[in-house]
Design a protein around this ligand. Sequence first.
Ligand SMILES: Cc1ncc(COP(=O)(O)O)c(C=O)c1O
Length: 345
Amino acid sequence: MPTPDFIVKRIQKAVARPENHRYPDYEGAAFLRKAVAKYYERRFGHKIDAEKEVLITIGSKEAIFHFPYAFLNRGDYAIVPDPGYPVYAISTNMIGGRVYKAPLLKENRFLIDFDRIPESISKGAKIIFVNYPNNPTGTVANDAFYRKLVGYARKYGLLIASDFAYSEVNFQEKKTPSMFDYDKDKQFSVEFHSLSKPFNMTGYRIGFVVSNPYIIDALKRLKTNMDSGAPTFIQEGAEEALLKGDRAIKKIVDVYKRRRDVVVKTLDRVGISYNYPEGTFYIWSEVPEGYNSISFVQTLMEKTGVIVTPGNGFGEYGDGYFRISTTITDKRLVEAMKRIEKFLS
Ligand SMILES: Cc1ncc(COP(=O)(O)O)c(C=O)c1O
């Protein structure tokens, strides 16, 4: 979907102003950090210090990738969800850290089961990555999960790196839980936010991180040596989105909800099991009898021209699943689902 018009217009004006052609403020412009604080209070009910507790990033991927560089030493473990967004494990591996894959299983509603993590790993770990609303499963974590998570992190002295890229793509009535509902003083949690998903701004590369001043400062020191910040005219667009974007978010999320319903109705008709998505724009589905992830995806592509993502691309525990993404137009989605239905019947 295109970026909402009011955001595009603000950026068009901003890019024409010569003062925006200079290097940006590395940690993010003060006006955007203030907008983040207002947005946070409005959407999540938490007061944050715009000066010390926010860092503007070049999308959330950049921030997530750099996070282990700031906090892991060689040999330290990061606990990452499997299936999961691949960047957590790749970044950890690239700096010589070790990865423990915490399985997200159907019987546990695709939530991490802390009791399954061996004591030796918990003791050797520094970071645990979590991502709810979850890519690829579509699960939104509940209160009980967050309480356990905080208890676990406190016990072993872990940093909780919460990938909150889909914070706004939540179909439930209740607001998406924030780490800071549970870790109220931001003692050991970090939230990674993205403007890509709620405002259709994937191509602009803009996001932000919220945490305590110590963590923000460490990430800032690393980042200012690696990049020079997000372009100021993009930051102006982000300010517009965060201050005035609530209606736009609702419109976008309604579209994904409508598309989710199109997909699940078809899957119900053809007897494919799936995790009913509480958020995100993905439908995590089980491959039919006689296939694995790869053979199913390949056959579907060859027979119907429809491409879905093989579950094992998200980790070994993703095998046996495929992921449908609803980021195409309604018309194309309906056509794709018709072809899938024909193929499977
Ligand atoms: C779980 C998850 N986290 C982070 C990102 C990165 O988003 P961005 O870098 O556009 O903010 C994505 C993108 O697909 C994602 O699925």
